[in-house]
Design a protein around this ligand. Structure first.
Ligand code: GLP
Length: 254
């Protein structure tokens, strides 16, 4: 695991976009595992800007998103399909039919999870998986638990996650109680992983995930077992890492 320090959110976004661009340039038909939440928005904006300047071509890129709220249609403005269309897909030349997000409205959610695992397998797996992190260490919607779930599955969202995502909804009552998410196994099968963390609210999750025990109580801690993980965190998110380690500058290898 390599940790890169970013000065602030805009530095983090540029660094992340640089790594994603490198993937797109080196493998024009790469499978990108994409994430939602506020953290990757700056990186997506930068990718759009480079696309508009003619530096990036998404025409052969395929994508698979981590998760979706159960019960929201792709037209709902808080669904992750809507988020992806509006924050990235509508602004670059990716073919919509090559983008995948779990179907939150599937009548049989369990069957949808099985289908989604099949989609990832049929694409030959994920070349680069982008991740944000929840304040409790969740990745995708893999919440703290007593086990690591392998494949795509239906989860009950924790109260903490619903509260922190409530800012995007009119009220907490409108935040869905369940979601469909890739499992830790799907994420760990990606060939490369890029985790982004911004803000002091993520400082404990970043420290525990990178330096703590590997435990499903802190889902992102499993990334310590992957051989190609880059964490880009801004100084606010690194507060605890700075306090508890002797890391001053450069790239920190855990
Ligand atoms: C949601 C998403 C996660 C994301 C997390 C953090 O719960 N399912 O994929 O990492 O929020 O979001 P933010 O980046 O807004 O802090």
């Amino acid at each position: 695991m390599k940790i890169y320090a970013a000065k602030d959110y805009s530095d983090l976004s540029r660094k992340a976009a640089n790594l994603i661009s490198a993937q797109i340039i080196m493998k024009p038909d790469a499978v990108l595992g994409l994430a939602t939440g506020s953290t990757p928005v700056g990186a997506y904006k930068q990718l759009i800007a480079w696309y508009e300047e003619g530096d990036l071509d998404f025409s052969r890129i395929r994508s698979v998103n981590l998760d979706e709220y159960k019960g929201l249609s792709g037209e709902h403005d808080q669904s992750y399909r809507y988020f992806m269309n509006h924050n990235l897909f509508n602004h670059v030349n990716i073919r919509k039919e090559d983008t995948n997000v779990p179907n939150g409205l599937a009548e049989d959610a369990e069957a949808e999870c099985v289908r989604y695992n099949g989609v990832i397998a049929a694409m030959g797996g994920i070349d680069l998986q982008l991740l944000g992190i929840g304040g409790n260490g969740h990745i995708g919607f893999n919440e703290p638990s007593s086990v690591f779930e392998k494949g795509t599955h239906v989860v009950t969202l924790t109260e903490e996650t619903r509260q922190s995502n409530a800012r995007f909804f009119a009220s907490i009552d409108e935040v869905p109680t369940h979601a469909l998410t890739m499992g830790v196994g799907n994420i760990m099968s990606a060939r490369k992983i890029l985790l982004l963390a911004s803000g002091e609210a993520k400082a404990k999750a970043v420290y525990d995930s990178c330096f703590g025990s590997v435990t499903p109580n802190v889902p992102a801690s499993v990334l310590q077992l992957h051989s190609d993980v880059v964490v880009i965190a801004d100084e606010a998110a690194l507060t605890l890492v700075r306090e508890k380690t002797d890391w001053k500058d450069g790239i920190y290898e855990v």
